[in-house]
Design a protein around this ligand. Structure first.
Ligand SMILES: Nc1ncnc2c1ncn2[C@@H]1O[C@H](COP(=O)(O)OP(=O)(O)OP(=O)(O)O)[C@@H](O)[C@H]1O
Ligand SMILES: [Mg+2]
Length: 261
């Protein structure tokens, strides 16, 4: 590991030592395939961590361990100070209401309007009943992602970038304390990608969320990261700010950043 900074400041202005996610010595294999060999990461409140790494390295597997979809073979994964693998079904369900997970596809319900898509987590997850409150939150989040005019549209009427925004809105509408973004800009053109990256940053500022952002998009990493970790062979081999890592002496890290300088 290199360039570990003592003081952590964030783009959101929130600066705290409170560990929201703490991963120590995490190992995970599938059959004889050792995917995660030794993952160590502490994410403090309000921080945006970007995870870089080649395909098939186990970036998504790590996220699945955080939300309890996969159980580690060894090591510790604590979220809000609690060991995830020790939570019962009820506690796990409760934990997940505090975590927003942006899937690559956006995963909107195609038969529902944008408004209905956004109401769904409010009525199903938060069990809200007051229609005024529901309307207010839907309108606020649509403003937040810059698409107030999209409320009555169907997902099929939206562009890929707009769908991504609505997917983000649907995740953020429950005001999760943790956001996990798995390749949020994949498949988007550079301009829309930049808009989504800026939106992730705005959401961090507005809602003070703690986020892990997995991406292959260096522009997205540059815009959103307070701290970047680089994954290789089942471990994080470097950690630091985007600027620090851009000037790293490590050949592997260098090769990652060489196109973006
Ligand atoms: N549930 C599973 N069962 C068996 N193998 C799995 C499972 N989930 C992931 N793997 C394997 O673990 C490895 C890491 O997968 P993962 O999806 O985490 O990679 P990644 O770093 O997210 O890659 P990408 O950048 O392509 O998304 C892959 O070899 C994958 O086939
Ligand atoms: Mg992945």
């Amino acid at each position: 590991m290199e360039a570990v900074k003592e003081h952590r400041s964030t783009k959101s202005g929130v600066s705290s030592d409170e560990a929201i996610i703490e991963i120590k010595g995490l190992k995970k294999s599938f059959g004889s395939k050792e995917v995660l060999r030794n993952i160590n990461l502490t994410v403090t409140k309000g921080e945006n961590i970007v995870v870089l790494g080649k395909s098939g390295q186990g970036k998504s597997v790590t996220i699945q361990c955080i939300v309890g979809m996969l159980t580690p073979d060894a090591g510790s994964v604590k979220v809000f100070g609690k060991e995830v693998s020790e939570l019962n079904d009820e506690e796990l369900k409760d934990l997940r209401t505090h975590i927003g997970f942006l899937f690559q596809s956006g995963a909107l319900f195609d038969s529902m309007t944008v408004r209905e898509n956004l109401e769904f987590p409010l009525t199903r997850v938060l069990k809200l009943k007051d229609q005024n409150e529901i309307d207010q939150r839907v309108n606020e989040i649509l403003e937040g992602v810059g698409l107030p005019e999209a409320a009555e549209k169907m997902p099929s009427d939206l562009s890929g970038g707009m769908r991504k925004r609505i997917g983000l809105a649907r995740t953020l509408i429950v005001k999760p304390e943790i956001m996990l973004y798995d390749e949020p800009t994949t498949g988007l053109d550079p301009i829309t990608s930049r808009e989504i990256s800026q939106l992730i940053l705005e959401m961090q500022k507005k809602y003070k969320t703690t986020s892990i952002i997995i991406t292959h998009d260096m522009e997205c990493a540059r815009i959103t990261a307070d701290r970047v970790v680089v994954m290789n062979d089942g471990e994080y081999i470097a950690e630091g700010s985007f600027d620090d890592l851009q000037h790293s002496d490590n050949q592997f890290v260098k090769s990652y950043f060489s196109d973006s300088i």
